[in-house]
Design a protein around this ligand. Sequence first.
Ligand SMILES: [Zn+2]
Length: 268
Amino acid sequence: MDAEAPPRSISTHLRGAFGACRGVWRHAARMALEIALPTLCLACREPVDGDGVCAGCWAKLSFIGPPYCPRLGIPFVYDPGPDLLSMEAIANPPAYARARAAVHYDDVARTLVHALKYQDRTDLAPAMGRWMARAGRELLAEADALVPVPLHWRRGWSRRYNQSGALARAIERQSGVRLTSEALRRVRPTQQQIGLSRTERASNVQGAFKVATQRQSDIAGRRVVLVDDVLTSGATVDACARALLRAKAASVDVLVFARVVDTHRAPI
Ligand SMILES: [Zn+2]
C-alpha cells in the first residue's frame, strides 16, 4: 500500500523541524571535525595547540621590535637614543614617512609568504595580519585608509587574488582602519624584482602605479598605510607612495609582513 503524502501543513512543519536539526547536526559535525582534525602549524603543518605556528617555528620567526630606525623600521642592535635615524634613512630618504615590519625575512617567514602567494593558503592571512597590526600599531592609530600594493590585472587573474589585499583585509579586521583596494592601480606590468640591482628595481617600478582619477577622493587628504608582503629594497612601496602623494594623500606609511635586513650593514 502506498503511503499517502502528509497534508501540506504537516510536511511544511516537518521540513522546518528537519531544517533546524540539520543546522544542529552541521554545527555538531563541524565541532567533531575540529576535535578530530587538530589545527596545524601554519608554517610546517605539524599539529599545534591553538592557531598560528608551532613552538619550533615560533622560535625561528624573528619578530622586529624596538629599538629600530623611527623612519625605516630597520632594527638597531643597540638603542642609539630617541629619533636617531639609520644611515639608510639619511642616505636614501624614501617618499613614505615610516615603515614597519612584523618579522625578518628569513626561512620561516619565506615559507609563510610563499605559501600565501603561490599556494593559495589564504588561511595564513589572519595570523600574519595580526602580527602586522601589532608591529604597525602606532601607524594604524593615526591612519584613515589601508591600501594594498596592487598586482597588475594580468598577474592578478593568473594568481586569482592579491596577497597584499588578503593581508590588508586581515589588518582591517584587527585595526578597524578601512581598506581602500581599488584606488591605487598598477598601470603597467613590471618585471619580477628578484635578481635586479637597487637601481634596476627603482626604474622597473617607476611610473608603474597610479591612483585612478575617479578614485582620487578616496586618497586625497587621507593618512594612508600601504600594505605589502615583503620589503626588500623598498622600490615598489616607494613608487606606490609617490603615486599616492601625487593624488594628495596627507601622509603615506608602509606596513609589511617581512623585511629583508642586511645584517652586515647594521650598526655594531
Ligand atoms: Zn611549525
